[in-house]
Design a binder for this molecule. Sequence first.
Ligand SMILES: Cc1cc2nc3c(=O)[nH]c(=O)nc-3n(C[C@H](O)[C@H](O)[C@H](O)COP(=O)(O)OP(=O)(O)OC[C@H]3O[C@@H](n4cnc5c(N)ncnc54)[C@H](O)[C@@H]3O)c2cc1C
Length: 355
Amino acid sequence: MYQASNIQRGRSPVARQEESRGESSGEQSPVSIIGAGIAGAWQALLFARAGHKVTLHERSDADMLASTSHWAGGMLAPYCEAEGAEPVIVRLGLRSLDLWREHFPQTPFNGSLVVAHPRDRADYDRFARMTTGHRRLDASALGEIEPALEGRFRDALFYPDEGHVEPRRVLPQLHARIAEAGGTIEFNSAADASDLDGIVIDCRGLFARDAQPGLRGVKGEMIIVETAEIEFARPVRLIHPRWPLYIIPRAEHQFMIGATSIEAEDNGVSVRLALELLSAAYAVHPAFAEARIVEFGAGLRPAFADNLPRIAIEDQRISVNGLYRHGFLLAPALAELTLGYVERGVIDNEVMQCA
Ligand SMILES: Cc1cc2nc3c(=O)[nH]c(=O)nc-3n(C[C@H](O)[C@H](O)[C@H](O)COP(=O)(O)OP(=O)(O)OC[C@H]3O[C@@H](n4cnc5c(N)ncnc54)[C@H](O)[C@@H]3O)c2cc1C
């Protein structure tokens, strides 16, 4: 899966601890993880399942309203993201799909669809050229797999191997599995890395700017609507000249419509953007006009200047951050990399930086 030139081996924190004890005790090192958003939750899950003594600290309560993860769409779409993202996102994203399947076999992998109106045809063709892993569907094949779109578009791109999760449901499920695997989760527990012993993994997202000064927030606005008139089995992306617009089906007849990508750090939703998102949904299917608006909101994506994720290592202090618009897609693969470093000293130079 990984190219050998990206990989290097050093002494792992576990090996160093065993050396300092003068023997291999067989005991696993305690691991503290700060932040129970999608990045921290996957770290906690994989470390707990590997037998480490894990404590996951989360500053807020179990509703996780302060986390960026609460606002996410939850698409697991490495093929579609290849249109605008670096190859490393696709590489880690494909590995993450395997990890979602392995650790969350119930994750829906119904694929995703990309559609366009005739005026955006050139951008649609470009999207098809820039991405792989898709089949072209004509209008009747589109109607067969997604009946609500029958007769609405002359064709579509179908990415059959992509998946999606519902962030507000999958986070509590992840937290429950961490506990089942023997990990401890402490909500309402604002932790400070300097007070913690052993291995500490900082997954505080945008709140980690004290330790990661290069972080910035990239605003994403979203709307949740409810209608029983339409059913989708998978996310539908609409080619749009400004934003990567999408409609994601959720439980109880709800749909998340998102998302903008704006260099701003407030969490308000502007009228202009609300109009654009709602018009886009209406253009995909006119029944959205009768949908009930459930919620407007915005989250700030934690990003470094290059919009790439980073695992920064300073001895036993590890920071996992900068997941930008790919947190649900990348968190499993990043957790696997961190575990590989802690247990075996494996360093992936494309993602990891050692002090
Ligand atoms: C509108 C929108 C749509 C998106 N759609 C997608 C998508 O479809 N697919 C995808 O892969 N990604 C998507 N993303 C991106 C994704 O949401 C982020 O990449 C991801 O949520 C970042 O997760 P995180 O765990 O790093 O940070 P967060 O989710 O912010 O978690 C950090 C946690 O740390 C906690 N914390 C902070 N300080 C402390 C402390 N001192 N002690 C304890 N806890 C602390 C916070 O309370 C918070 O819960 C979207 C984002 C937005 C805004």
